[in-house]
Design a protein around this ligand. Structure first.
Ligand code: DX5
Ligand code: ZN
Length: 221
């Protein structure tokens, strides 16, 4: 388990002012920038693609944590890597060949992640955990920001952290995504999560830096 990472999601930013959002988040000491890519098929919402990721790349030095909520993600991994993604997560539900897809992400020089919808069991990553740098446990059904946190996902986090420990995968990051806020961060951290995506909790706050610091402190407690 690593030290806590806070990854604000720009899904909750004003899409007309993404550059300003990235500058503000870096100043507020965010660790990573979480970029939600949606295709209108895998999830019922459509956001941004590689050209926008590329256009945003010069706006910050922070790593881009790209969350692909798209069908057939294996077809566009290279485009996201070239656009400046540092970390790429694909959904297990969209990937019949997860073993191959995770290997491809690493071959492109990125860190690879597997995201799991709330209804997807932890067992789906059991045999490929050594190929993952991150498991993203969705704590909402993906598609929209601002949804309510599903607390039952704590059990899934515990199972994955235990499996990682059994395999000696001490560097595996367990990232939680959806409804994470200063109120919910402590319980997912206690279950074994060390990486925290937050969209609305940060963008609705008056003070990004204070909210990020508060979440980090609560995750470490
Ligand atoms: C949901 C996205 C999340 C979303 C989180 O489909 O994957 O990253 O932006 O937003 P909040 O923190 O508002 O739930
Ligand atoms: Zn996300």
């Amino acid at each position: 388990m690593g030290s806590p990472i806070i990854a604000p999601s720009i899904l909750s930013a004003d899409f007309g002012k993404l550059h300003e959002a990235l500058v503000a988040l870096e100043e507020a000491k965010a660790d990573w920038i979480h970029v939600d890519v949606m295709d209108g098929h895998f999830v019922p919402n459509l956001t941004i693609g590689p050209p926008v990721v590329k256009a945003l790349r010069p706006s910050t030095k922070l790593p881009f944590d790209v969350h692909l909520m798209i069908e057939k993600p294996e077809l566009s991994l290279e485009q996201y890597a070239k656009a400046g993604a540092d970390r790429i997560s694909v959904h297990a539900e969209a990937c019949p060949h997860l073993h191959r897809t995770l290997s491809q992400i690493r071959e492109l020089g990125c860190k690879g992640g597997v995201a799991l919808n709330p209804s997807t069991p932890a067992s789906i990553v059991e045999n490929i955990l050594h190929l993952a740098d991150t498991v993203v446990v969705m704590t909402v059904n993906p598609g929209f920001g601002g949804q309510a946190y599903i607390s039952e996902m704590k059990d899934k986090i515990r199972i994955i952290r235990q499996r990682a420990n059994d395999l000696g995968l001490t560097d595996l990051r367990i990232e939680v995504d959806g409804g994470i806020s200063p109120t919910t961060v402590a319980e997912v951290a206690q279950a074994g999560a060390d990486t925290f995506v937050a969209g609305s909790a940060i963008f609705k706050s008056d003070d990004f830096a204070a909210t990020i610091a508060d979440m980090k402190a609560k995750a470490s407690a």
